[in-house]
Design a protein around this ligand. Structure first.
Ligand SMILES: *Cc1c(COP(=O)(O)O)cnc(C)c1O
Length: 345
């Protein structure tokens, strides 16, 4: 049966599949806060291994992974180098300032991807007047960069530049597996050079709750203290971990379908008069486009689309974002393009 409402707002809009729900209900569980949940332990060991890190911790969200990592790596007043489009700057409620007390220096990388030279230039000299440059953050894939994939050589170069300046390095891997599937580079090859790295269970992987933050044993011990402090320590969260384990087994390779659907969506949109792709290079599952030529602001476009059964997001005065995921099919993409064609005024 076709979906009644086609929700392309985000890859967070997925619902657990029947098989994922069955895996969740069958999970062996215990008190996670006491390290007594065997399913959580299995998930954390598996993710740590996949990312080439020593240890890992399950957290309620990717946002909490970022916020805890910033607080563990930095002291108040320190400066974090990241892209100006990054989630930590734009989408975490000011958490870096409020929770870790850090300053954020936003670089201007094309499609969210900055260079080794950008990092070297951004690292401040040792001066009592300046904030201390302390941490580099990389977002793989770059969300507001249009789902762009950091080449593994660029990742290695920027991390090396950070290390040369005495900084640590953190990987926001909300959509790391999209990069893995698009490039053929392993998660370990992308993540092992970082001091901390995390994956989201609720984006392309299609899980209902949770994210896993990995790092050294010492880093995770400190992350656990902050998890407890912020109220992120849970109890029988093996139900959630079971969904994550199921997703790692069944929902990684299929991300290629989401990428093909995003390319088909972009191809369909590019043919509509008045719609202009923000970037016609579609590497993963994210498509941004400008609707001003169709006579709409982004907000009005999204409202009009919603009334016709299509979910999309307004990200800028005239820029709309659509994301493909587990719950939208190739046929849904064709229907979405038809709906958008009918919106032109
Ligand atoms: C979604 C997202 C996050 C936050 O993850 P949540 O699980 O929604 O808190 C962080 N970084 C990026 C790049 C994201 O897309």
């Amino acid at each position: 049966m076709p979906n009644a409402f086609l929700d392309f707002y985000s890859d967070t809009k997925t619902r657990p599949t029947p098989a994922m729900r069955a895996a969740m209900m069958a999970a062996e569980v215990g008190d996670e806060q006491k390290n007594e949940d065997p399913t959580v332990t299995r998930l954390c060991e598996r993710v740590a291994e996949m990312l080439g890190q020593e240890d890992a911790v399950l957290l309620p969200s990717g946002t909490m992974c970022n916020e805890i990592a910033l607080a563990v790596h930095c002291r108040p007043g320190d400066e974090v180098i990241c892209d100006q489009s990054s989630h930590i700057i734009n989408s975490e409620g000011g958490g870096p300032a409020a929770l870790a007390g850090v300053m954020l220096k936003g670089l201007n990388g094309p499609r969210g991807i900055f260079s080794e030279a950008d990092v070297t230039a951004a690292i401040r000299p040792d001066s009592r007047y300046m904030p201390r440059s302390r941490l580099l953050c990389v977002e793989q894939t770059s969300n507001f960069g249009g789902g762009s994939v950091w080449p593994v050589e660029t990742v290695r170069q920027v991390v090396a530049a950070a290390r040369a300046g005495g900084l640590s390095a953190h990987l926001d891997g909300a959509r790391l597996f999209n990069a893995v599937v698009a490039s053929g580079v392993s998660a370990r090859d992308y993540a092992e050079n970082f001091d901390s790295a995390w994956i989201d269970l609720t984006k392309g992987l299609g899980g209902p709750v949770g994210a896993v933050l990995a790092g050294s044993r010492d880093f995770i011990q400190e992350a656990w203290r902050l998890k407890q402090r912020m109220g992120g320590a849970m109890r029988q969260s093996g139900f959630l971990a079971a969904a994550g384990l199921y997703a790692l087994d069944h929902h990684v390779e299929r991300l290629a379908e989401d990428h093909a659907n995003a390319r088909a969506l972009a191809t369909g949109l590019a043919q509509l008069p008045g719609i202009r792709l923000a970037d016609d290079r579609i590497e993963t599952n994210i498509v941004f486009f400008d609707v001003s030529g169709a006579g709409y602001s982004a907000v009005d476009f999204v409202t009009a689309a919603k009334a016709k059964g299509l979910g999309a997001g307004a990200f800028g005065p005239t820029i709309v974002r659509m994301i493909t995921h587990l719950d939208v099919t190739a046929d849904d993409v064709r229907r979405a393009v038809e709906i958008i064609a009918s919106l032109r005024r």
